[in-house]
Each structure stands twice: as C-alpha cells, then as structure tokens.
Design a protein. Structure first.
Length: 100
C-alpha cells in the first residue's frame, strides 16, 4: 500500500471527491453545461441587437406612415421617389451613380 501513501490526504477525502465530481459533471456533462451557456449568451446578445434594430425600423416606418397619412405633398414626393411616378406632360430622367 505504498502507492496510497504518496496521495495527499485531501484527495482521499470522500467529501472533496464528491464535490469535485459534482463540479466536473455540472460544468461539462450536464445538459446546461458551461459551453452551452456561453453559446446561449452570444445568441441572446445577437437577438437583443436585432430587436433594437427592428424597433428603430418600426419607429422610422411609423413616422413615414404618419407623414403619408397627413400631408398630400409627402404622398406625391414618396410616389415620385419610390415608384418613379410622374405627372402628365412631364419627362422623367433617372440618373444612377457610376460603378467604381
């Protein structure tokens, strides 16, 4: 039994061994291990960024929608820019920027 004499006494303690086993199990083998939690944290961050982006887009679109409901000049401007509409007896020239 000389082999066991070289092992430190705290490694022979059943409470330490069970706590160490529990910690290793929770950190690496459990369904909600540390790597899964890191991935979920990254996914949560990206979802929060996309939520903020879409909230800004909704606010911008609702502002444009309110302007279109209230001002006829805005409706005409929007139709001309977005759908390339024109009045009768009017010529429309579309100028596109040169590609680099």
């Amino acid at each position: 039994m000389k082999v066991f004499s070289y092992i430190p006494s705290f490694l022979k303690d059943k409470y330490f061994l069970s706590a160490a086993f529990f910690a290793v199990w929770i950190l690496f083998f459990d369904r909600n291990d540390i790597l899964t939690q890191i991935d979920r944290g990254e996914e949560l961050t990206s979802l929060q960024k996309s939520k903020q982006y879409y909230a800004e887009q909704i606010a911008q679109e609702s502002k444009i929608s309110e302007e279109l409901r209230s001002d006829p000049a805005t409706i005409e401007k929007y139709a001309r820019e977005k759908y390339l509409m024109k009045r009768e007896n009017e010529d429309l020239f579309i100028i596109q920027p040169a590609e680099e």
